[in-house]
Design a protein around this ligand. Sequence first.
Ligand code: ADP
Ligand code: MG
Length: 232
Amino acid sequence: MTLILEDIKKSFGDGENKTEVLKGISCEIKDGNICVLLGPSGSGKSTLLNIIGGIENSDSGKIKIGDEVVGEMKEKKLTQYRRKHLGYVFQSYNLIPNLTVKENIEVGAYLSDKPLNIDELLKTLGLWEHKDKIPNQLSGGQQQRTAIGRAIVKNPDILLCDEPTGALDYNTSKEILKLIEDVNKKFGNTVILVTHNDAIKNMADQVIKLKDGQIRHNDMNEKKIPAMELDW
Ligand code: ADP
Ligand code: MG
């Protein structure tokens, strides 16, 4: 589903302590695209993902998903929006420690009206032989694969990934980013991905760079632009 952000503003604190984190963010993220969100630490990437995810409210501006405006949804509808349209993957995997890989993924399917086939998904994720293990029997990469499974099993329209490889070594990070790309190709979910990993160079359809509360770059088909600056 295409996502449109219109002039999103967000501040934290009051008076002298007020910090304007997002100073008017406008962009369109097209259905089925992988959008990579870059920016220095503290530039508001997580805040923006949380606003898109309906976890946090913006002070002003609009978010449209399809025909709907997220901020105008009533509580019940917002809950449905989160459940049906959004999957979230974090740096910390947040798995339930006493459930198996398969059960952790089943949790994500709960309440979904269009869940993916779990066995098939376990195979896509490379977790078939680990499906009966609990999280502390897994490597970091396997735990993140499980977390991706839990987010994707409801087949969300939008997958929000906030530094999903932040806790992983370089090679495992590459594998996880490749998996996100595979999932995007296979299931067609729109992906918004915050990462510092330069392995994303070849998978982004769109790259947005945030700095000082504003969008500094918004490039489509970045993979065709060879000299991409990722470092800040
Ligand atoms: P990023 O993910 O790009 O590192 P964040 O969105 O986490 O940045 O944070 C942006 C800024 O907003 C930071 O200065 C952070 O301290 C501040 N901030 C984020 N969440 C809150 C909050 N709930 N209360 C107060 N300040 C916050
Ligand atoms: Mg962050």
